[in-house]
Ligand binder design. Structure first.
Ligand code: ATP
Ligand code: MEV
Ligand code: MG
Length: 357
């Protein structure tokens, strides 16, 4: 039997990093996904391996399930309905299982964290059962568009769909529908995957990837947002690679060095995110009201970008995009963890009419 799941990436409109320290943030899912296929071999296949194929990178892993069982010994836990954190000791054991495959090239070494997260989610949800898992993604990895969360969410969804604890309804065309309870479980498991990849995630990326649309997020609480008018954003990828875990750790270190100043920065970001959420949900009945809304959002994006610079997560490549878009009087901010990665630019609806006159 095969099950396929997909989960979207995201943009953060306001509040990245500060959200890790208790501030509000606003995020929206985007139409780029990570896809996971899970197949259990039939008895006649006589296969005792757990296979993982990362199609985009042409990386192929396979472990005899007995080898995983032996390495984890009593540290493994098979409890699909009770999401559990992977201890530092178990992360090391799983990372060694990944490393001994000798598959990941030095230049892509950070992929190892994703594969470690895979082994944790798989063994917790399915124990030591042979299977084949294939992953493919439309998202650029490590660029701020939530590739790690889309990976964790799509993986958790596929694994839970074929677990005993799932009670899914079949809808049209063979799709299974996840109810609120199942979505909550997917989100919790994905958060455990994110912890292995990010170190100290806020949970916003896995939450927006699980529930979709636009959300406001604070300390694990999500509020769904409804926008009355379309907001267009251009996403520019600087193509400068970076690692969310290291950037999040860098902000925490700065917070230890300058607690009072950083607290003020996080408080300001909280106000900005709450204002962004209010503006997004406010009605705009005509072009003038829509333009006013966009003007306010542009100003808040610029303010948020300034505060991200205070946190030390901007980058020369991001500044280049900011300067370039400013030439056209367009406002931009980094999105996701920064340090390179992607930049958002608001594209006003009246762009062409206004700029011409
Ligand atoms: N399709 C995938 N296959 C395997 N591992 C993946 C995949 N997508 C993401 N990962 C894991 O996630 C890591 C990238 O996550 P990271 O959090 O650094 O960036 P991001 O999620 O793309 O950006 P951000 O967290 O800023 O939104 C990869 O190095 C890898 O470990
Ligand atoms: C940088 C960060 O705030 C967002 C990354 O998309 C990290 C997190 O919230 O987990
Ligand atoms: Mg990530």
């Amino acid at each position: 039997m095969e099950v396929r799941a997909r989960a979207p990436g995201k943009i953060i409109l306001s509040g990245e990093h500060a959200v890790v320290h208790g501030s509000t943030a606003v995020a929206a899912s985007i139409d780029l996904h990570t896809y996971v296929s899970l197949t259990f071999p039939t008895n006649s296949d006589n296969d005792d391996k757990l296979w993982l194929h990362l199609d985009d990178m042409a990386l192929h892993f396979s472990w005899p399930v007995g080898r995983i069982k032996e390495a984890l010994s009593e540290k493994g836990s098979h409890a699909p309905s009770s999401p559990k954190s992977c201890s530092a000791e178990t992360i090391n054991i799983l990372a060694a299982l990944v490393e001994e495959q000798n598959v990941i090239p030095e230049a892509n070494i950070t992929i190892g964290a994703g594969v470690t997260a895979f082994l944790w989610l798989y063994t917790c949800i399915h124990g030591y059962k042979p299977a084949m898992v294939v992953v493919a993604s439309e998202l650029p990895l490590g660029s701020g568009l939530g590739s790690s969360a889309a990976f964790s969410v799509s993986l958790a969804a596929a694994l839970l769909a074929l677990s005993d604890s799932a009670n899914l309804d079949s809808t049209q065309q063979g799709w299974l529908s996840f109810g609120e309870k199942e979505l909550e479980l997917v989100n919790k498991w994905a958060f455990e995957g994110e912890k292995i990849i990010h170190g100290k995630p806020s949970g916003i990326d896995n939450t927006v990837s699980t529930y979709g649309n636009m959300i406001k997020f604070n300390s694990g609480e999500l509020t769904r947002l409804k926008s009355n008018t379309p907001i267009k954003m251009l996403i520019t990828n600087t193509n400068v690679g970076r690692n969310t875990k290291a950037l999040v750790a860098g902000v925490s270190e700065r917070t230890v060095r300058h607690p009072t100043a950083m607290e003020a920065v996080f408080k300001a970001v909280d106000s900005i995110s709450n204002e962004v959420a209010t503006i997004i949900q406010s009605p705009a009945h005509d072009d003038i009201a829509a333009t006013e809304k966009e003007d306010k959002l542009e100003e808040l994006m610029e303010m948020n970008q300034g505060l991200l610079q205070c946190m030390g997560v901007s980058h020369a490549s991001i500044e280049t995009v900011l300067r370039t878009t400013l030439k056209y009087k367009l406002a931009s901010k980094l999105t996701g963890a920064g340090g390179g990665g992607c930049v958002l630019t608001l594209l006003p609806t009246q762009l062409f009419q206004i700029r011409k006159s």
